[in-house]
Design a protein around this ligand. Sequence first.
Ligand code: ZN
Length: 296
Amino acid sequence: MARRKRSFLRRFLTLILIAVIVFCAGIAILLATGKAQKIDGVVYIPSVRTSVDINNGDLILVDSEYEYRIDKTPTVSVSARKNRSYKVRDNDIRLRAVTVKQLNDLFTEVKKTTGANCFCVNSGYRSREEQDAIYNERIDSYGEDRGSALAAMPGHSEHETGLACDLVWLADDGSVDAINTVGAYGELAADCWKYGFVQRYKADKTYITGISNEPWHFRYVGAPHAYIMEREGLCLEEYVDYVRDYTYEQPLVSRGGDGSEALIYFCGGTSITVPLMKKHSVSGNNIDGFIVTVYP
Ligand SMILES: [Zn+2]
């Protein structure tokens, strides 16, 4: 019995050794033929994505020009996943899991530093049908011109991505206020990048976004990206363009919420380059390529 066990173990270890040798030989061939490259001790290899992947990820640009193209958006119930540092209007509100996780961390910080716990998620994910109903209601009430400035066309609302939410201030007595009228708003606006959120529609960017000032609308993009957008004063339309100048050979250096450095670069088309055995994420830009983030 013991001998059989030993022989099984020997065969298992031999197989692992062969796999490691094949893997290393494969990398050596890629490096020798110039298909892979070693930069600062990290090997970068080619990887293939699909055109559908371009439409997905934390950094997709959805606006009046670029439509949201994902059929089934994975979402979770905010009330089921949230912690007690903020509120949610009702149990039907849903967001992507990453958005809720980051809201939990953001509001834990805001509550710790300001004591405020009345920020409330008033609107989250909307299906195409829900956005369609909101859009038509605005057009009926305000006419074509004003109505279309108040609600995004179906397929062109960030709320359809599950990465954006609208916040209000819901006091314990049930009264509702705009969040930018309360003292803790300054802390929220200043800290939100650390948890990957940006104020998507600022007054001075209306000429680019086409949306007037919305201090209540927050979009998740990821901390290293929110940091650059905040530092350089870029809206998402500008940021997606800004990143185009950076490659894996000469990446953009950013900071995560914990202050650690992350590397960011753009790959046009569906043949991209990713680091081997190094934590990274890949997001489509919803236009023509991918933004790769390499974590420390
Ligand atoms: Zn909104």
